[in-house]
Design a protein around this ligand. Structure first.
Ligand SMILES: [Ca+2]
Ligand SMILES: [Ca+2]
Ligand SMILES: [Ca+2]
Length: 310
């Protein structure tokens, strides 16, 4: 862009009345015209404040992934907002940086330009609550982004929101630190399972495997513990937790074990799968019981508890 294009052009035409007695004879409004050109320098835009607001419009530094938030950006430009060309709001985790490509776990980009608000990569989402200044002749204004990070956004207290503003010639930026809160979710595709068999047999449950569906934005694991199983008719008889096994494949008696080793349950929490990366997925839990011998044939009732932990 040339030097002249970086300036506002104001053309002022002065009408000069000369002091000659002859000219005083001329009718009013006649004289010499002198064109005067005044240049107003471009002023650099400045970000005055960046505020993250929750759904009740309260300022916050903690962002829950998967929930909408507002980002208010107040900016000033002393040759007015008319030459503001674009804003960019980039959210990135401590494992990423400003210039990286967007991805749900680490990096989100939202922009404004004279055609409106944009989510150029489609990572995350923009809500309908976005707006910009409606009077470009003013020197300051506020842009509001309504944004949402996905549930894959990494749990961390050290995310950065870097806002950049550009006018016709200059760029200014302001960083803000915020937290993405952690979350864990685990669902099981069964509410009740049953085993049936004869004394001394090892049998699987009527539903095998149990599917453990998890979702988390941090590293985690899934553990299980189990109560003793108490006789429904004669509660003095119990099947201890140690008669139950969990495997990650359908066969608990392989010569060469597939995947993780078979786990004997207890009343203490034990991890039943390898550490989980942030994200979502499913793990299989194949469950078995070795029925004691001799043993009274009655129903025995107890509980398996599956838990997800960070
Ligand atoms: Ca400017
Ligand atoms: Ca196995
Ligand atoms: Ca296994």
């Amino acid at each position: 862009m040339s030097h002249r294009e970086n300036r506002l052009l104001v053309l002022v035409v002065l009408s000069l009345i000369l002091g000659s007695p002859y000219l005083l004879m001329l009718p009013p409004g006649t004289g010499e015209d002198i064109p005067v050109v005044a240049y107003i320098e471009n002023a650099e835009p400045e970000i005055i404040a960046v505020d993250i607001l929750d759904s009740s419009m309260s300022p916050t530094s903690c962002v829950d992934p998967g929930s909408p938030y507002f980002v208010d950006i107040q900016a000033r430009d002393n040759n007015t907002l008319a030459d503001i060309a674009s804003l960019e709001a980039v959210f990135y985790s401590p494992q990423s940086s400003f210039g990286d490509v967007d991805d749900e776990q680490h990096h989100y980009t939202f922009t404004w330009n004279t055609s409106g608000f944009h989510n150029p990569s489609g990572v995350g989402s923009l809500g309908s609550g976005c707006y910009g200044p409606n009077d470009p002749t003013l020197g300051t204004g506020t842009w509001r982004f309504e944004i949402e990070l996905t549930k894959k956004a990494l749990e961390s207290t050290s995310w950065t929101l870097l806002v950049q503003i550009r006018d016709e010639a200059n760029l200014s930026e302001l960083p803000t630190t915020f937290e993405v809160t952690g979350f864990i979710s685990l669902t099981i595709d069964a509410s009740e399972i049953t085993f049936s068999g004869s004394p001394s047999e090892t049998v699987q449950s009527d539903q095998n495997p149990i599917l453990l569906n998890y979702s988390t934005n941090q590293e985690g694991g899934i553990s299980c513990y189990c109560t003793d199983f108490v006789g429904a008719t004669d509660p003095n008889l119990v099947i201890p937790a140690s008669n139950f096994m969990i495997d990650d494949d359908p066969d608990p008696f392989e010569d060469v074990e597939t995947g993780r080793a078979v786990l004997t349950l207890s009343q203490s929490r034990q991890d039943i799968c390898d550490p989980l990366e942030p994200g979502s997925g499913t793990r299989n839990a194949y469950v078995f019981i070795t029925i004691p011998e001799p043993f009274l044939d009655q129903d025995y009732i107890g509980t398996f508890a599956f838990e997800m932990h960070s």
